[in-house]
Design a protein around this ligand. Structure first.
Ligand SMILES: [Zn+2]
Ligand SMILES: [Zn+2]
Length: 258
């Protein structure tokens, strides 16, 4: 069994064939898929899908791109969803200084607010970090009095940063980019971090792994990522699947079987 710990199943590119996408994933042994919210609307949609399909779980949160749209009202509505048993994390939240769809100072404020709320209610966080390593780490350290629990999704830092975050209690999620030629940094991270701290994800519909690079990504493609990481670490795919699935079950408190 494998878990795709990060995808956006509610998004438009899946509107035509969502059912088949899910079927293919189940056929490939993807036991669980975690559909990630990026604002109030997508969080609600993702939760609806989670109620529709046993293998799908979901999250709530405001992505840094949409940080400008979050206000006290929407935050209150988000937190009302938390008690739903199909909600397994808060995210994705974080900083994105690459695209800067929202001004940095708003991103910081909205990230901190959600991070503190999630940590206070002991819900794992799903963190997005693009070109913001130092500041993100700084914010995490400053909220350090609480017990940190979560994952840095689509990890793009180096091995040293990965180990600092692991030391704080975070998991590191390896995306399909690890299969790209010349992706030396993420390949090093995938090779060297403790297997007990690794998750796998697609971030579908984005970032399809080789040999599907450039196409729409989908949850079944997480198998390509798994094969690549097993190869890098010189272990069997079975061993990699077993451990990363255990990790996902532990972090997100998923049942033993869907
Ligand atoms: Zn992201
Ligand atoms: Zn995402």
């Amino acid at each position: 069994m494998l878990v795709d710990t990060h995808l956006h199943l509610d998004m438009k590119p899946f509107d035509q064939d969502r059912e088949q996408v899910l079927e293919r994933a189940l056929e490939c042994g993807i036991g669980y898929m975690i559909s990630i919210g990026i604002d109030l609307t997508s969080s609600i949609k993702a939760l609806q899908l989670a109620h529709q399909y046993d293998a799908v779980y979901s999250t709530i949160g405001y992505h840094p791109h949409h940080a400008g749209d979050m206000d006290t009202q929407t935050l209150r509505e988000l937190s009302r969803l938390v008690s739903d048993p199909k909600i397994v994390a808060w995210g994705e939240i974080g900083l994105d200084f690459f695209r800067r769809h929202s001004p940095p100072e708003i991103q910081r404020k909205v990230f901190k607010q959600q991070l503190e709320m999630a940590l206070d209610i002991d819900l794992p966080v799903i963190i997005h970090d693009r070109d913001a390593h130092e500041e993100l780490l700084d914010i995490l350290i400053k909220t350090g009095k609480r017990r940190h629990k979560g994952v840095i999704h689509c990890f793009s830092g180096d091995y040293a940063l990965a180990m600092i975050l692991i030391g704080m209690g975070y998991y590191i999620s390896i995306p399909g980019t690890v299969t790209y030629k010349n992706a030396f940094q993420i390949q090093e991270v995938a090779t060297r971090i403790p297997l007990e701290k690794m998750l796998l994800e697609t971030d579908a519909p984005y970032l399809a792994p080789v040999p599907k690079r450039g196409k729409r990504n989908e949850p079944s493609f997480v198998t390509y990522t798994a094969n690549m990481v097993a190869q890098l670490r010189d272990i069997t795919v079975q061993e990699l699947c077993r451990q990363t699935t255990d990790n996902a079950k532990t972090l997100f408190n998923l049942p033993d079987s869907p």
